[in-house]
Design a protein. Structure first.
Length: 241
């Protein structure tokens, strides 16, 4: 009986993936997918930050508050710079419909109590004309705000006797006011209750900002969707066949 014939040694060459050439279209697709990926990440991070701010920066009354700053003056009043609100304009910082109800608090640092009021800028300018007072500069910057003092006399009437305030409060303890923002220029004023000197109080300003949570959720969801789609597009653009 003869032995079986030998089995030939068959060598199979390994298959290598076919590399696609980096054409102009492929490069453009890769760059576009990477840019959309970065955009999606930014939107998701921004949305998450807004949701975090909405949950951590609100006080017990539901307002998003600024940090407290000391408003002080050797004169009779401390006023904010004019803040303009126009509902139908895109050139302004925050339309009234986005702010919701606004609020301000003042905690007096002198035994004379504190007066806190908000009014139209033209009325405040008229009341404090030729009055020794300070103006807050950049009140939302980090650290204590800068102040610009203008020397002068005393106001014609005590702030509690003036009738142009849209919202006001006065007393020896912490005071809080709320108001609905309307079109126009507005100014916040801090004085002593009897219109005496000097003035010193710890002040914070806030608003409801009802769209903050909704905007954060939308940005977060859209950002995650963009990240997912652009990630798939980037993988398809750079993968080998």
């Amino acid at each position: 009986m003869s032995p079986p014939p030998p089995v030939p040694d068959i060598h199979v060459a390994p298959r290598h993936p076919v590399r696609r050439p980096w054409t102009t279209g492929r490069i453009v697709a890769t760059v576009a997918a990477a840019l959309f990926l970065l955009l999606g990440i930014g939107m998701a991070v921004g949305g998450g930050a807004l949701r975090l701010a909405d949950s951590t920066m609100r006080n017990d009354a539901g307002y998003v508050m600024s940090d407290r700053h000391t408003w002080q003056s050797p004169g009779y009043a401390v006023r904010s710079e004019s803040a303009e609100i126009r509902t139908g304009s895109t050139t302004l910082d925050l339309p009234a419909r986005l702010l919701g109800t606004m609020t301000a608090t003042a905690d007096p640092a002198t035994p004379n109590g504190v007066f806190l009021g908000v009014a139209r800028t033209e009325d405040v300018d008229r009341y404090l004309r030729d009055v020794a007072a300070s103006t807050i500069i950049d009140p939302l910057d980090d650290g204590e705000p800068s102040l610009r003092f203008v020397d002068g006399g005393s106001p014609a009437v005590a702030p509690t006797e003036a009738t142009f305030w849209v919202s006001s409060a006065s007393g020896r303890g912490p005071q809080t006011i709320t108001w609905e923002p309307e079109d126009g220029e507005w100014t916040l004023v801090v004085m002593n209750g009897e219109g005496t000197t000097p003035v010193s109080a710890s002040v914070a300003v806030g608003a409801e900002v009802p769209v903050l949570d909704t905007l954060g959720a939308v940005l977060l969801v859209v950002g995650l969707v963009v990240v997912g789609l652009s990630g798939i597009g980037l993988w398809l653009a750079v993968r080998q066949r």
